[in-house]
Design a protein around this ligand. Structure first.
Ligand code: MG
Length: 291
């Protein structure tokens, strides 16, 4: 199943929809995607059965506004840093550090206020940063919470997958000596356009991941190259720390960010980032300097 959060020109309140081809159908039993996720696996199955067999109806996707699938997560978005060897190397080189594969996942977070829709502009507050960069990532939506989850059982805790652009203020990351601030500026986490449920998405470690900047390919990799795959990420993240239904995990970015270019190249006002994850779709976000 594919789910999206959408609104109509005549009714700007976001609601939950099931995406069937180029149409989106209301899911009236749940007001939001979080409500559906919270209802648990039996409700997911009932809803999927209902919409798989439903006659087409609803609205053409092109006529609705798509929002982030979870417009306001209940807590910070969990993020993996340096989770592709290629990006770990470019990032270490740019910072003048020794390239070393991390022994355990590097985990940080982004504030919930970063979350933006799949086609929303990303606001650029020049008082906060002069070095805005992109990071295409596979996003994981936790479906069933837990603690000390084993790798073998980890993927059973996943509701579905989405695309994330972990927009980053490189100067703020460095200046504050900790990534949280530079990763948490308003609107710095475009997400969507859909959530594809785990059963339909299949193996999360074999998906192409791309980022195009103004139409030029900057990142083009495969999730099979993650240092810590999704099941291992969940095992580590949940060690001694409860993860909950509706939690979002950004699984790290591959090579090709602006920081890794020689010399580093950051974005300009009006630049358009297209983040694409195979099987999910494309985020298209324009960087817009605040006046
Ligand atoms: Mg990232």
């Amino acid at each position: 199943m594919k789910y999206a959060t959408f609104s109509l020109p005549s009714d700007p309140r976001p609601r939950l929809g099931a995406v069937q081809g180029d149409r989106i159908v209301d899911v009236p039993s749940f007001a939001t995607l979080l409500d559906l996720i919270d209802a648990g696996p039996p409700a997911w199955k009932r809803t999927a059965d209902q919409f798989r067999s439903a006659p087409s109806g609803g609205h053409p996707v092109k006529d609705v506004r798509l929002h982030a699938p979870i417009p306001r997560p209940r807590k910070n978005v969990f993020c993996l840093g340096l989770n592709y060897v290629s990006h770990m190397k470019e990032s270490s080189a740019a910072r003048g550090r020794e390239a070393k594969i991390p022994a355990v996942p590097v985990i940080f977070s982004k504030a919930p206020t970063t979350v933006a829709g799949p086609y929303d502009p990303v606001p650029w507050d020049r008082a906060a940063t002069e070095q805005v960069d992109y990071e295409a990532e596979l996003g994981v939506i936790v479906g069933v919470g837990g603690k000390n989850i084993t790798r073998a059982k980890a993927l059973r805790h996943v509701f579905g997958y989405t695309a994330i652009n972990d927009v980053s203020a490189r100067d703020a990351q460095l200046k504050h000596m900790q990534w949280f601030k530079g990763k948490s500026l308003d609107g710095f986490c475009p997400m969507g356009p859909l959530v594809v449920t785990a059963d339909e998405f299949g193996d999360p470690q074999n998906k192409r991941l791309q980022l195009r900047l103004n139409g030029e390919t900057r990142q083009d990799a495969n999730t099979k190259d993650m240092i810590f795959p999704v099941d291992v990420i969940i095992e580590w993240l949940s060690r001694g720390m409860t993860i909950e239904a509706g939690d979002v995990i950004a699984t790290g970015t591959p090579q090709g960010v602006g920081l890794g270019r020689t010399p580093p190249e950051y974005m300009n006002d009006g630049d358009v980032m297209e983040t694409e994850v195979e099987g999910i779709g494309v985020l298209r976000n324009r960087l817009e300097a605040l006046k």
